[in-house]
Design a protein around this ligand. Structure first.
Ligand SMILES: Cc1cc2nc3c(=O)[nH]c(=O)nc-3n(C[C@H](O)[C@H](O)[C@H](O)COP(=O)(O)OP(=O)(O)OC[C@H]3O[C@@H](n4cnc5c(N)ncnc54)[C@H](O)[C@@H]3O)c2cc1C
Length: 452
């Protein structure tokens, strides 16, 4: 017992805080907020933020809708964090490809995984692989300029009228809004030029949003729904009288759900018919996508609610459509075989010395604010382990990482390099009166920002 106590004291003081090295994998909100809190808790600790792409900000750059620029203001906070003297951004470095988890563990006292949830969940029904069935993550990545998704329009036909979006969350509403908003409004945002061009030729005018459960269970929020209601030339329609009687339940709901359901109920009473229609259909589960090469329709089973759960019935109905967006959630993956990945929940639990934050930790739910709180909590845990002397053996930090990357000929992009890319994007945007024109080619980004 006494020996253990002495060993703890020795370990605790084996490294001072300026020799305490933290490697964070992923430069999205979780990574940045974790770094921000760590600087406060362990002053002088050295933090490296390792990012797969040559550019930072994760889903703030590649997920948040282009017509929501106010959400992207968090970038100013992230920039301040990145400019802190003890924080280093190492862009264009992929864990699982350029570096292994074991190399990170050898280099850092604490490794914090913050690589998000990039895969999309599948419907797992026949017909899902037909052309014009597309995942929300790819479509969102496409209009936001994610390099991996820049070419999807080559296989996407927007020269059609009827679209179905499976899912009733905010991402589904983002997609609907982008499809229904006049291009003249979108062109002032940082949406990519190629998607503007494709959207300007889109004929989509009927969108049906399908959910497994009922009106009280929707997962979109009031701000996003209100934006749909305000869309010029679009009428929102609730199908099959599914909002009938809902008014009697509103009184028993808690805010903010009460306000949302009231707004939905009021909208269901509106009889105006505009040229474009946004239809909401509840209590349906897709069971088959019809078509030979292209999508022709979707077969849905009717559901019953048992408590909060949807139960499929034998009754079915068919919906004609030419394009289907699958927006039923994201999923994290195990990017290195050594990551203690929980396959059941697709998340990474906390371990001493190896932590996870953000969507990789909590699952792909919640907004930037909830991601921030979660990242702060885990930073506190790292601080606790540091104070208890559990993770304080001397580690080489960036010295080792830079040596490994040099050996593999990886061209990294540092914060200075990102600012060069940023400037170039803003300059390109000015030519067409846009906030920025994103560069969508990794090689081009590295050419501009890389430490060549
Ligand atoms: C379409 C969409 C729209 C959204 N809109 C809003 C909104 O309007 N408002 C709001 O508050 N929230 C919004 N959110 C939620 C918000 O984006 C998330 O809460 C937040 O981004 C989660 O942060 P994260 O850091 O965990 O993940 P991410 O933001 O995904 O960051 C993960 C980072 O890790 C990097 N990475 C991945 N793999 C590797 C690897 N192998 N090696 C190194 N780096 C890697 C990625 O490139 C990325 O930069 C939206 C989410 C989506 C999907």
């Amino acid at each position: 017992m006494r020996w253990k106590c002495v060993a703890n004291i020795v370990r605790k003081y084996a490294t001072k805080s300026n020799q305490f090295h933290v490697g964070i994998v992923g430069a999205g909100p979780a990574g940045f907020y974790c770094a921000q809190q760590l600087i406060k808790i362990i002053p002088d600790c050295q933090i490296d933020i390792i990012e797969k792409l040559p550019v930072p900000f994760g889903l703030v750059r590649y997920g948040v809708a282009p017509d929501h620029p106010e959400v992207k203001n968090v970038i100013n906070t992230f920039t301040k964090i990145a400019l802190h003297k003890n924080v280093r951004f190492i862009g264009n470095v992929t864990l699982g490809q350029d570096l292994t988890l074991s190399q990170l563990k050898q280099s850092y006292n604490a490794v914090v995984l913050a690589y998000g949830a990039e895969e999309d969940r599948k419907l797992n029904i026949p017909g899902e692989n037909l052309s014009n069935v597309i995942s929300a993550s790819k479509f969102v990545g496409w209009y936001n300029g994610l390099p991996a998704n820049k070419s999807i329009h080559e296989n996407l036909n927007l020269d059609v009228e009827d679209a179905v979006i499976v899912g009733q969350g905010n991402v589904a509403l983002d997609i609907a809004r982008i499809l229904l908003t006049p291009v003249d409004i979108l062109k002032k945002t940082d949406i990519t030029e190629y998607s503007l061009e494709a959207l300007s030729r889109s004929r989509v005018k009927n969108i049906t949003l399908i959910g497994r459960r009922g009106p009280l269970q929707v997962s979109f929020t009031i701000k996003e729904f209100r934006e749909i209601l305000k869309l010029h030339g679009v009428s929102t329609k609730f199908q099959n009288g599914q909002m009938n009687g809902i008014d009697e339940l509103i009184g028993g709901l808690q805010r903010p759900r009460k306000r949302l359901i009231q707004l939905m109920y009021d909208a269901s009473k509106n009889n105006i018919d505009e040229e474009k229609k946004f239809n909401i259909l509840f209590l349906r589960t897709p069971i088959l996508i019809e078509g030979s090469e292209h999508v022709k329709g979707i077969l849905l089973s009717k559901n019953l609610l048992e408590g909060e759960k949807a139960k499929i019935t034998e009754q079915k109905n068919k919906l004609k459509c030419d394009i289907i967006f699958r927006s039923i959630g994201y999923r994290s993956i195990q990017i290195d075989p050594e990551i203690p990945f929980d396959k059941l929940t697709s998340t990474v639990p906390q371990n001493t010395g190896l932590y996870s934050v953000g969507w990789l930790s909590s699952g792909p739910v919640g907004v930037i604010l909830s991601t921030m709180s979660q990242a702060f909590q885990i930073a506190e845990l790292v601080g606790k382990h540091f104070n208890e002397g559990l993770i304080n053996e001397p580690k080489p930090g960036y010295n080792n990482i830079s040596r490994l990357l040099l050996k593999r000929n990886v061209i990294t992009v540092d914060w200075e390099g990102w600012t060069r890319i940023d400037k170039e994007e803003i300059t390109r945007g000015m030519k067409s009166n846009k906030i920025r024109e994103k560069i969508v080619d990794i090689d081009e980004m590295v050419q501009i920002g890389g430490n060549i």
